[in-house]
Design a protein around this ligand. Sequence first.
Ligand SMILES: NC(=O)c1ccc[n+]([C@@H]2O[C@H](COP(=O)([O-])OP(=O)(O)OC[C@H]3O[C@@H](n4cnc5c(N)ncnc54)[C@H](O)[C@@H]3O)[C@@H](O)[C@H]2O)c1
Length: 249
Amino acid sequence: YVRVPMADVAPMLAPEGVDDESLLFLTDILPTGWQGAEHCEIKGGEVIAVWGAGPVGLFAIQSAKIMGAERIIAIDTVPERLALARTYGATDIIDYAKEDVFERIKEISKGEGADGVIDCVGMEASAGHGVASLVNTIQEKLTSTERPYALMEAIKAVRPCGIVSVPGVYGGPIPVNMGMIVQKGLTMKSGQTHVKRYLETLTKLIQEGKIDMTSMITHRSTNLADGPDLYKTFRDKKDGCVKVVFHPN
Ligand SMILES: NC(=O)c1ccc[n+]([C@@H]2O[C@H](COP(=O)([O-])OP(=O)(O)OC[C@H]3O[C@@H](n4cnc5c(N)ncnc54)[C@H](O)[C@@H]3O)[C@@H](O)[C@H]2O)c1
């Protein structure tokens, strides 16, 4: 049995003629990527940088493209995720473990910084090239899951008066460079996703074939008992895993 809280409000009727996999990510990650991009107030022609090419980042990239961003920069270090980012609309790829993210974004944005930056990593960010010292000098006693490497880098790489969008989840107090936020006059937007708010718009885009969700599904199973093993495969990014879908018999 499955208990469905708010069953009179939250669920929606799946439209006829669209397969389950195409609609599945409407439940969370697609609206999250969409909201992350929408927060950047894209009107056309912007430079948008996205940290994290996991499912949320990939949808943020696809959404930024639909909204009209001109340059979309994907930042990650996992090769298959960066390759997918390219197919979802990223015009520029940065491997944070090998390159200086800030310098590359500066170069791509002709010295100005990105118009909008989206942190699709959250509190599990790994330290990239040159970022660890930036964060660690702020507070040395933090555990690795409390160090907002991607967020700090995003705040640094956005242009003055730009927008910092944070769909990535943080659990509690974290050190961020408030001085830089104030001095650059940045706008920060975040929050759990308003899933329901975007369902109609996104369902229409799926029906029109403008959003493709299935290409990020790398693993499928019909057996729920495979859950723990496939979760580990996903968590450790093994076997090219980006997203797992179950079709229980
Ligand atoms: N706001 C919401 O309602 C909402 C909903 C769903 C998910 N989320 C959050 O969104 C975030 C992303 O979710 P996901 O499923 O795509 O996660 P994921 O773990 O699959 O992807 C995160 C990606 O970030 C990359 N990464 C790690 N450190 C980095 C760094 N320093 N710079 C650039 N990239 C880095 C990883 O290699 C990975 O590919 C998580 O924090 C998740 O909790 C938020």
